[in-house]
Unconditional design. Sequence first.
Length: 494
Amino acid sequence: MSLPKLIEIVPLDKPVRAEITVPGSKSITNRALILAALARGGTTLRGALWSEDTQVMAGCLRTLGFEVDVQPDASEPCNRTIRIAGKGGEVAAGGNDQRPLELFVGNAGTAARFLAAFVCLGKGVYRLHGVPRMHERPQGELFSALRRLGYQVESENHNDKLPARIQVGPLSGVKLRPGSDAGEVAGPAAPGCSVSMESSSQFASALLLCAAAAGWKVEVVGENAEESPYVRMTSELVKVFPRDGGEFQIEPDASSGSYFLAAEQFLPLEKRLEYSEQFGVSVPTTTINSLSVANWPSSRWQIDENFPRALLLCPELGHGLAIARLGKGAEDLREGEVVNLMRAAHRGCAISRKKDLGDSIMTAVVLAPFALGPVRFTDLARLRVQECERVAALRAELAKCGAKVTEEGDTLTVFPSVLHGAEIETYNDHRMAMSFAVLGLKVPGIRLRGPACVKKTFPNFFQKLAAPPPHGLGARILDGSSGRHLAADDLFAD
């Protein structure tokens, strides 16, 4: 069985104590796959995510002649132990103009960008293409940088996007005139290039991953280039990765873990009588922290490791979620509490996509209607050019649920709102599906259209929601058309 096209999430109605395992980091896995292929010798990756995006990358490496052995991981069904026989910077030859070597990248931005730089270590003609949405996503800054390094990059639709052909060989070692597609020779190649990360930090990461093997000097430019969390992740991985082969452990994906930390905000509290030795009687006890994510990352490589702290930085949101979880309104609070909470609500807070959170900012946006005051989400430009136009998608789908959301430039402001159920369009975006699934744990009637898109990074996400504690939340998930209760086998996205 497979996931129905429409599902309904039923709100949780009882306390949960659970420790959830989440699959490995997609960002680290796809970087590690490239670095393992570049290594001098075999590398074993443990805890590697095995989902649509990483399968695409592994498949492309096989097409490029690398031995990729994939074995199950006993601790997490959507992880794998992957062994790659590295070739020390050598890449199999591509095709020719008539028959280029085809590399299908799906809708995986990391694969599309990283492989564009990686094939420049080979020779011949390579053609990168993906799904229609991938053909809409930006590539221009990366293509321009590769041209400055002396490689011929031709966008088939002349728009600096995929599909694109990369020719390596005859033009290597010469510099192309800026903006030329077909290669107007301008003299000897420069020893390096600069690349802007304004549209995507993946452009810089693609070049940095291959820089040592290719002999490139790469300068990353743009606002706070040195502080970009994803560029910093790449630089740190390059430093610590075993260049002569060996083993490398991939940590859990913090973005994926954010959904369960958010879900904790909606769990009914566990209330019980507990014997007090001090007073010799049983006293009412409330357990608040009842859900955790196993092996929460602490390397500081993933910006979404900050998710728990980001909620604390926004008192309006933190206090509002606490009240929602306690099930009491302001009229039930002591006078001093009301004054403090209202002061917090009037201070206002903002959460930035550049400085505070990465993809998990979408999780925070969906929580924001429960805040005591408006919450601003800033620096969202890159969300517009990812799996879907995420800024517009978040605004539209929250509005369907009754939320007041305004959009100004690249900022969304979410106001306190009373929510109701709605049919949510996921736009074939895994993070839209998972963020609104969390909302369904609190708000009755949340139905998700196209939930199987979670296969991109977290194929067993809905199985984790439905699994009984302590390994899941025990949520009920229904077929949105028939109302049938879905069993575990129905909930895997493939």
